[in-house]
Ligand binder design. Structure first.
Ligand code: DCP
Ligand code: MG
Length: 455
């Protein structure tokens, strides 16, 4: 007989995330109290002897707050969201470092990509935490020796090793039958912790904890519960459901009761697939299809190149090619055209988008132009990836020359070119020696997000 399949949900949270990323850069700070929160003027200074001079908390004046602190600094009473001046009173000798969000985002992407190699069932919960459904990861349901939970424990251990190999950073993982308990469990053995719990562990491991450990019980509900004499999750579990509903209403009261009993069946919501990809740009001054024909043609081609690059980078191709135009009176018009097979190359997109363009009355000036590819399919065309879209006007024209259809915006391939000055002017750009298209913002439309039920 098949043993019953258990649901195993993991919550993975990086340890002292921003601070740990900084320590990779400044390994000489390992073990020291370090607080992250300052601006650029607190950048460490490289001295002639090769060592660095770091800013100290005691020298800080201002109204900044700590984003996080190393565990050594936490031992001195410094924590996230604390004012730096207050932190300086508690830990005057602690080192102060400026925040570098770009670097933290890089490490965030890196650890998530590494985890995705163990399981694709990942719910992104922010810069340093994710939920994972481990139920069907090979081995997760198997016992290991005498340990009936040995299989899932080994999978979680492998996750930790994977994150460390990919980033050099440690994380803490909670593994339980659901998200609610896993979120609590990941904190139980921080840093570098691994906690696996079943519902049988509820009375010993969860019930002694304060109610605020439940994600969804905030300061207000916590205070109200305290006023009712309810401080621990166990005390909350002991309250009749009807009593909680009486004080907190049907939805939240009912949820409190379920939460205290470790009941939560929310699924791990994996990243939704994009339904379309598009690029659009608003001109600095309105452009006319005839008077600004060359400039518009160049922008149009460039948008197609950018969408093609987006598709190829993310491994998609699409069958429905659409355009969006906004006129000087703010009227917006869209047209689309569905191809027999998905495409991901700039030339095919440009050709189909050009067909759409022919179906629009272009007598008014335009303020916005957009190109969209929908009906996406994974595994884009095998077309070689385009070079990153050129910012040079010549590059656009070269690409446009490949299309045989005559388009309303198209300058014939051999038409005399506009003087660079005129072109820049047409694009609403001033000065500089390089003709550049206005920045087009990538827009990846997604299937609507399923919101986790809020408490
Ligand atoms: N953060 C922030 N402001 C806060 C809380 C957090 O800017 N009030 C940032 C800094 C943290 C990161 O988010 O490094 C992740 O938040 P966590 O709550 O997970 O805290 P840490 O990862 O720093 O520590 P822990 O080991 O407790 O997870
Ligand atoms: Mg963290």
């Amino acid at each position: 007989m098949q043993p019953e399949r258990r649901r195993w949900i993991a919550h993975l949270d990086m340890d002292a995330f921003y601070a740990s990323v900084e320590l990779l850069r400044y390994p000489e700070l390992a073990g020291q109290p370090v607080v992250i929160g300052a601006g650029r003027r607190h950048q460490p200074v490289l001295l002639p002897d090769g060592t660095r001079r770091f800013a100290r908390l005691r020298d800080y004046t201002g109204r900044g707050v700590a984003t996080t602190a190393t565990y050594a600094a936490r031992d001195l009473g410094v924590h996230s969201a604390m004012g730096l001046m207050k932190a300086a009173q508690r830990a005057p000798d602690a080192i102060l470092l400026p925040v570098d969000f770009d670097e933290y985002r890089r490490y965030s992407r890196r650890f998530k990509a590494a985890v995705a190699e163990v399981t694709p069932l990942i719910e992104d919960r922010g810069i340093d935490e994710i939920y994972l459904d481990l139920s069907d990861v090979p081995g997760a349901q198997e016992p290991l020796g005498h340990d009936p939970l040995g299989g899932v424990r080994a999978v979680a251990q492998e996750l930790r090793n994977t994150v460390r190999r990919a980033t050099g950073l440690s994380c803490s993982i909670g593994v339980t039958p659901n998200k609610l308990l896993s979120k609590i469990a990941s904190e139980l053995d921080k840093p570098d912790g691994l906690t696996v719990l079943t519902l049988a562990d509820l009375p010993t491991r969860i019930w002694p904890l304060p109610v605020r450990r439940i994600n969804g019980i905030g300061p207000k509900a916590g205070a109200k519960l305290a006023a009712l004499g309810v401080r621990t999750i166990g005390e909350l579990a002991a309250q009749p459901r009807a009593t909680l509903i009486e004080h907190f209403g049907r939805a939240y009261g009912g949820w409190l009761h379920d939460a205290a009993h470790g009941r939560d069946d929310r699924p791990v919501v994996t990243h939704s697939e994009p339904v379309s990809m598009s690029r659009e740009t608003t001109f600095e001054r309105d452009l006319h299809a005839r008077a600004d024909r060359a400039a518009l043609g160049a922008i149009f081609t460039r948008l197609c190149e950018q969408v093609a690059a987006d598709l190829q980078r993310r491994g998609y191709a699409g069958r429905t090619i659409g355009i969006k135009l906004r006129f000087d009176d703010f009227r917006t018009v869209t047209r689309d055209h569905t191809l027999p097979a998905p495409v991901a190359d700039a030339k095919s997109i440009r050709r189909a988008a050009g067909q759409c363009l022919k179906r629009v009355d272009l007598s008014r000036r335009l303020r916005l132009l957009g190109v969209r590819v929908g009906a996406l399919a994974r595994g884009g065309s095998a077309a070689p990836a385009l070079a990153p879209a050129s910012t040079h006007a010549g590059g656009w024209r070269a690409a446009a020359a490949g299309t045989s259809d005559e388009l309303p915006f198209d300058a014939p391939a051999d038409a005399p070119t506009d003087a660079p000055g005129q072109r820049r002017d047409a694009l609403g750009l001033r000065g500089g020696t390089q003709a550049q298209a206005p920045q087009a913002a990538p827009v990846a439309a997604r299937a609507p997000d399923t919101q986790a039920p809020s408490a």
